[in-house]
Design a protein around this ligand. Structure first.
Ligand code: ADP
Ligand code: MG
Length: 701
């Protein structure tokens, strides 16, 4: 083949990347120079968009979207569920002469007025007060959502009520980003640094399970609740530790590749893919971005994972705990504050012990997390995540910080009077000449910590796989605002004076001494840690209802209002919505459980009883005794468990009637014990639903 006619694969990928987004490259091509400049100011400096260019941007977006095959546009937003919302309008308008024109104005772009009455509002507005508004977020690029034969222009927006309250997850996030940027800038200025801006960043690692679609369709529990309510662990699950980073099987790799390509077209910087710890569990991670873009991209990733899976006759499970007794799925939120000039403000540099700027930001994180561990815990609460926190390889429901050996050593020195040294990087000799000498990191990793320092960022590991990162990130930014505000207020009077360094060092020492109880470098999964955390007085909130209490505490309401993230009414609404959604989820699970017991498991067990009794009768009729003992014993064993079921059904029904989540959860667990015991006894061909062994073996088809 002649090389000059070959397509350069890099060029092909470059052409694909972002081709379905109205990003900077596209805007530059479609907008006038002056409109493009104004858009850039808004995107890069966060200023309000000049309304005079709205019509031009809308026109450009329309021409571009239509060239991509779009017939419709939608204001795409994130209501107070973990889902996204969209209502499509076509570009088509009659021209008055029996024909049509494609219309899309600045007004269409900037604002829309969907009926808000059926979205959760937590009492902010009644059903009859239906008006809600979506407002364009120009900092997150518009994109094309595709199916086989459709293309829709999606415009990322914020969503609020007629009275101006935020009804979505994006609004408080954007507000928290602006506030933390303001406070961090004040602190930097004390150090004589004037940043062009301070970004808060997120890199979200998404874990998920895949299950064969044919098997999925036979499991009402997976369909209705996202998790299995019954099922025995197979003999081989994750104990051989052979799945994590294992060679990716062809069917899965084909799926992953299609996901990557779909994401690249959307300008999502998909980077890493691998097998996770549990069988049939996987991970995808994009590169980090400013949080609001990263959050939008993460929900797009969740959407694409689910849609592409179907093309391979798979279903992608995003639930935190689809299978009991194997690992659950999380979403590690890698978070940092940075400036374009300095990079991450959490970069320790070569000698962190003398890096006052770094130590100030580090001490601020320690203080913020210690002061608001309960609020951070609340930010990741949901029924699904309750199954994960503190179970198989998931961080516990106690929020603590892992710093690693180097920083812990510096913290110790600071507390003892002053830090004078940093342990430095060493190298590792592998004892084989052909292998390179490896530089060794100053700290090991700790997979058990919910909030771990990982080089130049913190990794909030307790976030659930099905949640959007918007709320935990908004909370994290907000609690940082408070501490950075305090730090700036202390430092501003001495900024530029000879005593500045002494005051900073004193402040760092004070913050660390007061708040280092939240630092824990040991094994977060151990029993000892539970006891130790209790001694230290760290909150341990096991369940969502316990965790949500803090959302309405006066100090929380004040904090959220002070940093302009959420008003009191908005906060209380969120608490109500989260509580309600928790209760609804438990109720759905309970009803699914009851239904499966009565219409799936009990009939199967009855059939098994009939079969064995038939066997017993035929043995007897044949006038022999051989086999009678075995058949009778099986009938007795199955029958005894069968007899337990009506009582368990009654217990669950009554718990549902009372609407008590604790009683419901107990009754479901108890029913599961019996059904799982039956699964181990009943003939495989009579068992009415796919087993864990079948579902976790994703590669067999
Ligand atoms: P791991 O080994 O834990 O998977 P990686 O270094 O691969 O960690 O990064 C995981 C995620 O963290 C990626 O999304 C990456 O882009 C992101 N990340 C890296 N540096 C930063 C940073 N300074 N701020 C926020 N996220 C970051
Ligand atoms: Mg990680």
């Amino acid at each position: 083949m002649a090389t000059d006619t070959m397509i350069d694969p890099t060029e092909e990928l470059a052409a694909l990347y972002g081709s379905d987004t109205f990003g900077i490259k596209t805007m530059e091509k479609y907008l006038s120079k002056s409109a493009f400049k104004k858009m850039m100011v808004t995107i890069q400096q966060g200023g309000r968009l000049d309304p005079s260019i709205a019509d031009e941007v809308a026109q450009a977006m329309k021409v571009w979207a239509i060239s991509k095959g779009a017939t419709h546009y939608t204001h795409w937003f994130q209501p107070l569920t973990d889902a996204t919302a969209e209502k499509h309008d076509s570009f088509v308008e009659p021209d008055g002469k029996g024909g049509m024109v494609c219309e899309f104005t600045g007004k269409n772009l900037i604002q829309s007025e969907p009926d808000a009455s059926s979205f959760p509002s937590g009492g902010i507005r009644a059903t009859f007060e239906a008006r809600g508004y979506t407002a364009w977020d120009p900092t997150s690029p518009a994109f094309i959502k595709r199916t086989a034969h459709t293309a829709t222009l999606c415009i990322p927006t914020a969503f609020c009520s007629y009275t101006g309250e935020a009804l979505d997850k994006k609004t408080p996030l954007l507000r928290s980003m602006a506030s933390v940027s303001r406070q961090a800038t004040r602190v930097l200025k004390c150090f004589g640094i004037t940043p062009s801006r301070v970004d808060s960043n997120l890199g979200a690692e998404q874990e998920y399970f895949l299950v064969d679609r044919d098997l999925y369709l036979q499991r009402p529990d997976l369909i209705e609740t996202g998790r299995t309510l019954f099922g025995c662990l197979p003999p081989k699950h994750q104990q051989m530790e052979d799945h994590y980073f294992g060679s990716i099987k062809e069917r899965v790799l084909e799926f992953m590749s299609s996901v990557d390509h779909a994401l690249w077209a959307l300008g999502v910087p998909a980077k890493t893919r691998h097998n996770e710890v549990a069988p049939a569990q996987f991970e995808i991670a994009p590169l980090f971005e400013p949080i609001n873009v990263a959050v939008d991209h993460n929900v797009m990733i969740m959407d694409i994972l689910q849609r592409q899976a179907l093309k391979f006759n798979l279903v992608c499970l995003l639930h935190e705990k689809p299978y009991a007794n194997v690992n659950g799925s999380g979403k590690h939120n890698n978070w940092s504050l940075s400036t374009p000039e300095l990079g991450s403000l959490f970069s320790p540099g070569k000698t962190p012990h003398s890096n006052l700027l770094f130590l100030t930001f580090l001490a601020s994180v320690i203080q913020a997390i210690d002061l608001h561990a309960d609020l951070l815990r609340a930010s990741i609460s949901k029924a699904g995540n309750d199954h994960r926190l503190g179970a198989q390889e998931a961080p516990p429901a106690i929020i603590s910080i892992f710093l690693g050996d180097q920083l812990e050593d510096i913290i110790r020195q600071i507390k003892e009077g002053g830090a004078t040294s940093s342990t430095s990087k060493t190298t590792m000799e592998l004892g084989v000449d052909v292998l390179p000498v490896l530089p060794k990191d100053t700290t090991d990793r700790n997979r058990t910590s919910p909030f771990a320092f990982t080089g130049n960022k913190f990794e909030f590991r307790a976030v659930g796989s099905s949640q959007t990162c918007a709320w935990p990130m908004a909370v994290l930014n907000t609690i940082m605002c408070e501490t950075l505000d305090e730090v700036a207020t202390r430092l501003e009077p001495v900024a530029g004076t000879p005593e500045f360094n002494t005051v900073v060092a004193e402040l760092i020492k004070e913050m660390i001494t007061k708040h280092d109880r939240v630092i824990f470098n040991g094994n977060g999964y151990s029993e000892e840690w539970l006891a130790e955390a209790e001694r230290r007085g760290l909150p341990h909130l096991h369940t969502t209802p316990e965790a949500l209490e803090v959302l309405s505490a006066p100090a929380t309401l004040e904090l959220m209002e002070k940093y302009n993230v959420l008003t009191k009414a908005e906060m209380l609404a969120r608490k109500e919505i989260q509580t309600e959604s928790y209760e609804k989820q438990i109720d759905i699970e309970a009803k699914t459980c009851l239904n499966m017991l009565q219409t799936i498991y009990m009939p199967a067990v009855a059939e098994q009883m009939t079969n064995i009794c038939g066997t017993v009768a035929s043995i007897r009729a044949a006038g022999i005794t051989a086999g009678l003992k075995a058949a009778t014993a099986k009938a007795e064993a199955v029958g005894a468990l069968y007899d337990e079921l009506p009582g368990k059904v009654a217990e669950l029904s009554s718990a549902i009637e009372k609407g008590c989540p604790c009683a419901i959860k107990r009754a479901m667990e108890s029913a599961r014990v019996t059904v799982d015991a039956l699964e181990a006894l009943v003939d495989a061909e009579l068992w009415p639903v796919p087993t864990y062994a079948e579902m976790l073996n994703i590669h067999s088809k």
